[in-house]
Design a protein around this ligand. Sequence first.
Ligand code: NAI
Length: 337
Amino acid sequence: MKTGMVTLIRGDGIGPEITDATLEVIEAAGVKINWETVEAGQEAIAEHGTPLPGAVLQSLKKNGIGLKGPLTTPVGSGFRSVNVTLRQELKLFANLRPVKSLPGVNTPFNDLDLVIVRENTEDLYSGVEHMVGEDAAESIKIITRRASERIARFAFDYAIQNGRKKVTAVHKANILKLSDGLFLESTRRVAKDYPQVEFNDVIVDNAAMQLVLNPHQFDLLVAPNLYGDILSDLCAGLIGGLGLTPGINIGEEVSLFEPVHGSAPDIAGKDLANPTAMILSAVFMLRHLGYSSAAERIEKALYGHYEEGKYLTADLGGDTGTGKMAAALAERIAKMD
Ligand code: NAI
């Protein structure tokens, strides 16, 4: 950590509720973080006239680490996604999305444990779009050898460091012969440097079906930006929903921890959100900061919470509010001491 401070973006929609829950749980685990809170998203527009004030990027660049709630992006028109801009401006080239079953959360597949490594800076998210006349629109998909090799190398290094045995590249190179072809060629080339890790590739539509039929065949999936985005929501569904899946954006200078899900406007402000994804994102952040025993206690509390299955939020069929779930977790952590 560069400054001893962590940038905190509370986020839009359910962001403030799940952030409060997360801070309560971190505090219960006995960790005192020196937060630097900055405003981004809808709230920032009212006060600063932009969803991404300069102070946000400055704070993240200075501190090198941040915890972030979800930010709303208007659909179809309006400002460009702050999430995408943050990832590009801070060169957060890898988006790591661990998908791990929680005990007691019953789904068609139990004991699922896979990781999606998503390229985070290019593909159709490069924001190069224009109208062609009035009745056609063109969006440019950019895939570079440099970014593809970098994400492939990241995926293989992560596999080795974390005991993963197999890397699967996801693509649509049968149709997008140049762009996805380059991604596939790059991952194949990098795979040769890691003979100890099994490697295969799968076309994205087949990947979607295989994930629904037999997700246990996968260990780590590495994908360009769009497929990684879509498949990680699919995988969230496999373990019980978006409320449960954490995410980590990794760059050379900055790491930004955030849940996979969005601002969930349909349930915002109603004390209905499941804070687990944000809490698990914070668990990864605590490990990154070296607070591994606090991280372990929070994780253990979450596992105990779900094993008991008593205080569940509405997404998992319960009627426990966000605040009450945080309090239950804090109490569980306190009892561990
Ligand atoms: P969403 O992820 O916000 O919601 C999809 C569904 O999952 C909704 O039914 C929602 O209620 C539910 N859900 C999400 N998180 C939940 C939680 N923690 N607990 C319980 N239920 C939860 O996706 P949607 O509706 O497509 O997007 C809403 C906004 O969020 C958009 O403006 C989008 O651009 C933004 N977004 C932001 C992201 C980020 O900040 N990283 C990521 C994805 C979307």
